[in-house]
Every structure is written in structure tokens, then in C-alpha cells.
Design a binder for this molecule. Structure first.
Ligand SMILES: NC(=O)c1ccc[n+]([C@@H]2O[C@H](COP(=O)([O-])OP(=O)(O)OC[C@H]3O[C@@H](n4cnc5c(N)ncnc54)[C@H](OP(=O)(O)O)[C@@H]3O)[C@@H](O)[C@H]2O)c1
Length: 323
């Protein structure tokens, strides 16, 4: 089979590899589509924080057809989706014609979602849904403005779409005001702000502007969100596009009862995976998602990864593998 292989000391390359075999609790999947996430960009350049095995086949998302299972009840031919679960990090991932996945991370593809669209959702969209599921536990659409950071990126774009469809009023924060404002409004944002406003380090408690926030950039931006969130609000944190630090104080928590909620997609338990995919099938405007999706072939994935890391992409990029 063909696979993109990253090996320390060598440029990533599309190579012929032996077909993998499933062991107990695993399922062999014929890959139709994968995607390009920020983390895939890191793996493609051999970042040791993500590329945890050497050599590595990157690709944290897999959408495909079941070939066979080992000690797992699956039907050959079923369409499935897997996000994270170590794929493309600690085990070979989706940039290959066949992949072995852990059986408990596999979700049956909802009928309403085509394989290509499921790849367009990908880990980024799945993570956006996990963030929305957490936010809506404490914040209702009438409670006030929700701000989404890294809005023109993968997680951000899907978060804006989901929140707007659910009736929340959404402010999108982007570093690309000139080129991406119209795009973000087309996804449902009611206003767009320059990310520099939030990235600047400020006082630990500021004017309350947000009922909630979905953040994928971290660092001083996340600190600003906490400082600007109103009483009882929720700020979800899933990413570190700006940085992994968090220069904040306890004041937003003890004076405004703000909640900082961590979001992790990689190790999400099976029931939460199914809930999130069910909600994606019902709450995401898939036609709108198409308008935010670009496509590349397996041979072009290295350049696509570089562009994601450089912040040059908009929305989501799917990778055609065997479709
Ligand atoms: N916890 C999890 O399970 C999980 C899952 C998925 C993703 N993530 C993380 O979430 C983040 C976003 O992932 P993604 O796939 O959406 O990536 P992406 O498509 O590259 O989007 C990231 C966006 O962040 C903004 N950004 C980039 N550099 C920035 C900087 N220096 N300061 C402020 N904003 C910056 C840009 O948006 P604008 O151009 O609009 O400003 C960019 O489009 C990554 O850190 C990723 O590792 C975590």
C-alpha cells in the first residue's frame, strides 16, 4: 500500500509499505479520506512532541471502510470515522491506503454525513463540537456574546458555524481581518475582532464582554478571555496556536465564578465520541462546511501541512486517499 512516511533525518515521502494487520481489539480500515489538522502539520515536519514513533505515518483522522476486525464486532464494508486515539502520533495514522485502528475509538459514520464531509469535520470539527457540548451545559444562547478565537482555522471555523446554527451570537477573533472577515460572517459570525486586541497582556479582570468563549490559541489570549468573561461564564481551551503558557490569576474564578474547561479529543471516551458525531450530523450545516473545505491528494499533503502551520489555510483541508 502507499503511505506518507516521516522518518528522522529524511524528508517525508510517499512510499510503498507492507499492509498492516489488526491485533486483538483492533480493526483494519481501508482509508477513503483523511484531513490536515494543525497537529498533522507538526507531525509532517517531524516535531518530536507529536511524532512519537519513528518512522511515523501521520494523519490523526481516518474515514473509511471496515475490512476486518480482530476480537471486535464489526461488519466488513461499514463506513466508520476515527479521530485521534493515537493515530498519526503514537501509532500509524490516516495518510495510508490501509490503517489499523483501536476498535473502541471507531464511530459508525452517521447516514447524513458523507465520507468526504466527515473528513472535513475531522479532529478540528470534532473538537469544536466537544467544546460546544461543554459550553452549552452552562451557557444558553440568550446569555450574551460568545467569542471564538483562531476563528479562520479549523476548530474555530466549525465552532463559529455550530454556535451560530444553535442560536448563539458569535464574535469571531482573527489575525486576518482584511481577508477573512467576509468568510467569517458567511459562517454566521455577527462581528469580527482583530486577534491583537485579545493577544495583548492586560489586567487580570476587565470589562465583562463575553458569556463564554471557545479558544484554540492559549497564552495571553486565553488569559484575556478569562479576564473578560462575565459572571458564571465558561471558557473552553483546546489549543496552543499562540502558546502553551497561561499568564493569568485566580481573580476571574473567585470573583466571577468563571469556569475554564479543558477539551481533549484524542482520548475522548467512546460514548462521548458517539454523542459528538450524532450532534455534528444534526447541528452542523454541511453545505456551509463544503464552502470552508479545500482538498488535496496524498502526494500534496506535506505542503498542506506546512501551510496549516504557517496560518495560511482557511477552514478545513481534506486529503483524498482511496476515494
Ligand atoms: N485538545 C485537542 O484535542 C485539540 C484538537 C484539535 C486541535 N487542537 C489544537 O487547537 C489548535 C487549532 O487547531 P486547528 O486544527 O484549528 O489549527 P488551524 O486550522 O491551523 O487554526 C489555528 C488558527 O489559530 C490562529 N493562530 C495561529 N497562530 C496564532 C498566533 N500566534 N496567535 C493567535 N492566533 C493564532 C489562526 O487563526 P486566525 O488566522 O483566524 O487568527 C489559525 O488559523 C492547535 O493548537 C491544535 O493543536 C487541540
Amino acid at each position: 500500500m502507499r503511505a506518507v512516511v516521516v522518518e528522522q533525518g529524511r524528508a517525508p515521502a510517499l512510499l510503498d509499505r507492507p499492509e498492516p494487520e489488526p491485533h486483538d481489539g483492533e480493526v483494519l480500515v481501508e482509508v477513503l479520506w483523511s484531513g490536515v489538522n494543525y497537529k498533522d502539520g507538526l507531525a509532517l515536519r517531524g516535531d518530536p512532541g507529536v511524532a512519537r514513533i519513528d518512522p511515523l505515518v501521520p494523519g490523526i483522522d481516518v474515514v473509511g471502510r471496515v475490512v476486518s476486525g480482530h476480537g471486535v464486532a464489526v461488519d466488513a464494508g461499514d463506513l466508520v470515522v476515527v479521530n485521534g486515539a493515537g493515530l498519526g502520533e503514537t501509532r500509524p495514522g490516516g495518510y495510508a491506503e490501509r490503517v489499523v485502528v483501536p476498535g473502541d475509538a471507531l464511530v459508525a459514520l452517521p447516514e447524513a454525513v458523507s465520507p468526504r464531509r466527515a473528513a472535513a469535520v475531522g479532529t478540528a470539527g470534532f473538537t469544536a463540537m466537544l467544546s460546544v457540548l461543554r459550553l452549552e451545559r452552562d451557557v444558553a444562547p440568550g446569555d450574551g456574546e460568545i467569542v471564538v478565537t483562531g476563528a479562520a482555522g479549523g476548530v474555530g471555523s466549525v465552532a463559529v458555524m455550530l454556535l451560530a446554527r444553535l442560536g448563539y451570537s458569535v464574535t469571531a477573533s482573527t489575525g486576518r481581518l482584511e481577508t477573512e472577515s467576509d468568510y467569517l460572517r458567511s459562517l454566521g459570525a455577527t462581528s469580527v475582532v482583530d486577534r491583537a486586541e485579545l493577544a495583548a497582556e492586560g489586567r487580570p479582570l476587565q470589562r465583562a464582554r463575553w458569556a463564554g468563549a471557545i479558544d484554540s490559541v492559549g497564552s495571553s489570549t486565553l488569559a484575556s478571555l478569562l479576564a473578560q468573561t462575565s459572571w458564571g461564564g465558561v471558557v473552553t481551551a483546546c489549543g496552543l496556536a499562540q502558546g502553551s503558557d497561561l499568564p493569568t490569576t485566580v481573580l476571574p474564578f473567585i470573583l466571577r465564578g468563571v469556569t475554564l474547561a479543558g477539551v481533549n479529543s484524542v482520548d475522548a471516551p467512546p460514548a462521548l465520541r458517539r454523542t459528538a458525531w450524532h450532534r455534528l450530523a444534526t447541528d452542523l450545516d454541511l453545505d456551509l462546511l463544503d464552502s470552508a473545505t479545500a482538498e488535496v491528494d496524498l502526494a500534496d499533503v506535506v505542503d498542506a501541512g506546512r501551510r496549516v502551520l504557517a496560518g495560511e489555510t482557511r477552514g478545513r483541508t481534506v486529503v483524498r486517499v482511496g476515494a
